[in-house]
Design a protein around this ligand. Structure first.
Ligand code: ATP
Length: 276
């Protein structure tokens, strides 16, 4: 779908590349009996651009995200962040990762959970740009919760703390693997609008894995649709909705048209009866 990014969004998305995934192939298992999970995957995320990845279960979305996070290595191909090889980029803390579950330490307060990454290796952090944990927490609407413990927060608030924690190193790239999937629909929508609002005033390059079509549309500048067996890119869809966006976008014809388009694209890559 070549609809082009809206002029309002273009002003904030740089033409410079943030993340470059180039001809990446990845398999698991012993040589000779390897299951190819990703086959010749190439795409890029511009600086300040929000890109979602959607596709059938098992198509390799999380594997792709783990490759960009430097948690696993490609068999062939390259991944760079702001022109640096992924190993160097992760050493420089250029990449922040928000996992599916918040993984907070239950015996530490919200403030201590968010400031922990800064404290664990304070020597290495001397030259790094760090954000004030209290200020980030308050931008995420968690100013009242800084001295609380994780068990005193709802699941949605805990996940918001995990997102805030990913911002302490002020990473250039943020990777999120279905961060709201464990939440109920109402909580999920609230957290997604909170992320949208925060990101619109703190633009980072984002790679966001999701199973939700409306979530992908409301948040993204582009949506990467993947097909499975082996995992590959089927289509990249421009989300031509003006920014800043809010929940009113859901009720627009443009949103509904895009939703129909993305669902059709997904349908075309899915086996009959398979769910996204
Ligand atoms: N460490 C591993 N060892 C062996 N196989 C793996 C490993 N990690 C992933 N796989 C396999 O790779 C394939 C893709 O998995 P992945 O989790 O990346 O898919 P996904 O699209 O994120 O799935 P879902 O939407 O269900 O989360 C699956 O068949 C999975 O079993």
């Amino acid at each position: 779908m070549q609809s082009g990014i809206s002029s309002a969004a273009t002003q904030l998305v740089s033409e410079e590349v943030g993340v470059e995934v180039s001809h990446v192939t990845k398999g698991f298992g012993p040589e000779g009996a390897k299951l190819v999970v990703l086959n010749d995957v190439s795409f890029s995320i511009k600086r300040g651009e929000f890109v979602s990845v959607i596709g059938p279960s098992g198509c390799g979305k999380s594997t792709l995200l783990r490759l960009v996070a430097g948690l696993t290595e490609a068999d062939h191909g390259t991944v760079t962040v702001h022109g640096e090889a992924i190993r160097t980029a992760t050493r420089h803390k250029s990449v922040g990762l928000v996992p599916q579950s918040p993984a907070l330490l239950p015996w530490r307060t919200v403030h201590d959970n968010v400031s922990l990454p800064i404290r664990v290796n304070s020597k290495a952090n001397v030259d790094r740009r760090l954000r004030d944990p209290r200020q980030i927490l308050s931008s995420f609407g968690l100013g009242h919760a800084v001295d609380k413990y994780p068990f005193q927060l709802s699941g949605g608030m805990q996940q918001r703390v995990a997102i805030a924690r990913a911002f302490v190193f002020d990473p250039m790239v943020l990777l999120m693997d279905e961060p709201f999937s464990a939440l109920d629909e109402m909580n999920r929508d609230q957290q997604r609008m909170g992320l949208l609002e925060f990101w619109q005033s703190n633009r980072k390059s984002v790679m966001f894995v999701t199973h939700s079509v409306p979530e992908a549309i409301i948040l993204s500048d582009r949506i990467v649709v993947m097909a499975a067996h082996p995992g590959r890119i089927a289509e990249i869809i421009d989300v031509d909705l003006p920014r800043p966006r809010d929940e009113n976008v859901y009720a627009t014809d443009a949103f509904r048209d895009l939703e129909g388009y993305v669902r059709n694209s997904l349908k075309s890559v899915m086996a009959p009866g398979q769910a996204a």
